[in-house]
Design a protein around this ligand. Structure first.
Ligand code: TXA
Ligand code: MG
Length: 350
């Protein structure tokens, strides 16, 4: 299959959106930018189209998809028994990086929800995404547009790496704004519960709803507790290299990483280091590739570059990567949730 690339870095191209919408309406796959990460879209109400997503990504079929909509009214078609909290959250955070789990209606085929009786819904804050959703019929299932298990794509080149020749079209909207997937909140069982941390923090949700819980599987970080979001149980976001996080007091972390990197480099293993603008000059450079993920003064920059940096290290074929830990004030939980998964829980405390 030839994958068409449509460039819309400086805004919507009506003609391109019309063509993309047509592809979606006849059951095809179109990757598109959102404010969080790139999504791989298909008509959520068409069973065969949704099934194609699983095939293109190599995704396990029990891992449900998020249905993307372009206006609040669309929720009524795909969800049933919509609680008042959904409207409150929509008014506060939509369009935006928040996904709500609701009871599903009969309009949504089981292929889209991985057989669950609930559906994930999100109204993204990106003009190209919303134009595409409308053009494609209003209900677009879209997981992150990466091959299953790889880091999520934050630019069109990442999507092309994984999906060229496999999907019909990629819309290139430039770099995404946030760089981490949406916060997922479950509204189907008692107290609203966060299933995946993201840019919309627990404090922000509590500001609207009162008490909000966090899925125990996220906190306990224990492989025996099954997360409520099926996708959170898989090794994820992972680079090809072995990734090890070193946490502790800044100066000791730098020293430990240098020591480990030197040992590895001496053994002829290609070694990478993930530091920051503040720390990069402290690291040894001989036979070691040092990259800055961003500035500790700007946690948004760390979130934005995380997946891209993991992919860059894949391209330079390092064997092992040592990373600092980023417990930043607001986004720290979301950043570390992804980094710890990417590291397969390998953490050294100093
Ligand atoms: O920011 C995002 O949410 C991006 C962009 C493209 O919108 N999408 C995204 O989709 O991250 P995906 O498929 O990579 O992650 C969806 C997550 C998975 O962990 C899945 O298990 C969970 O949402 N999920 C989907 N439907 C669910 C449901 N009914 N109940 C519980 N978890 C659900
Ligand atoms: Mg994903």
């Amino acid at each position: 299959m030839r994958t068409v690339i449509e460039t819309m870095r400086s805004g919507i191209d009506e003609e391109g959106i019309r063509r993309a919408g047509e592809i979606l309406r006849r059951g095809g796959l179109v990757a598109f930018p959102t404010e969080t990460v790139y999504g791989l879209g298909a008509n959520a109400l068409d069973e065969t189209a949704a099934a194609r997503i699983y095939e293109a990504k190599g995704r396990p079929s029990d891992n449900p998809l998020i249905v993307h909509i372009a206006d609040w009214e669309a929720v009524r078609k795909i969800a049933a028994d919509i609680p008042g909290e959904a409207r409150l959250l929509a008014d506060a955070f939509w369009p935006g990086p928040l996904t709500m789990i609701l009871r599903k209606s009969d309009a949504v085929p089981p292929a889209t929800t991985g057989g669950l009786s609930t559906v994930a819904v999100r109204l993204p804050d990106h003009p190209v995404a919303r134009a595409l959703i409308r053009a494609g019929g209003g209900y677009i299932a879209a997981p992150s547009a990466n091959t299953s298990g790889r880091p999520s794509p934050t630019k069109a080149e990442h999507v092309a790496r994984d999906m060229d020749g496999v999907i019909d079209m990629i819309i290139d909207g430039g770099d995404v704004e946030i760089g981490l997937e949406s916060t997922i909140v479950d509204l189907t069982e008692g107290t609203p519960t966060i299933l995946r941390p993201g840019y919309i923090s627990r404090e922000m949700l509590e500001g609207v709803l009162g008490t909000v819980e966090t899925d125990r599987a996220l906190i306990a970080d224990d492989a025996d507790i099954r997360p409520k979001a099926p996708g959170m149980k898989y090794r994820h976001y992972a680079p090809r290299a072995e990734l090890i996080i070193v946490e502790g007091q800044q100066e000791q972390v730098r020293r430990k990483i240098n020591e480990l990197a030197a040992e590895n480099a001496a053994r002829g293993r290609r070694t990478g280091i993930i530091g920051t603008d503040e720390s990069r000059d402290f690291y040894i450079k001989e036979n070691v590739e040092v990259k800055s993920i961003g500035s500790r003064e700007d946690e948004g920059s760390i979130a934005r570059h995380l997946y891209g940096i993991l992919r860059e290290f894949d391209d330079s074929e390092v064997h092992v990567i040592y990373s600092e830990s980023f417990e930043t004030p607001r986004l720290g939980q979301a950043i570390m949730n992804r980094l710890i998964k990417a590291a397969g829980h390998q953490i050294i405390s100093v």
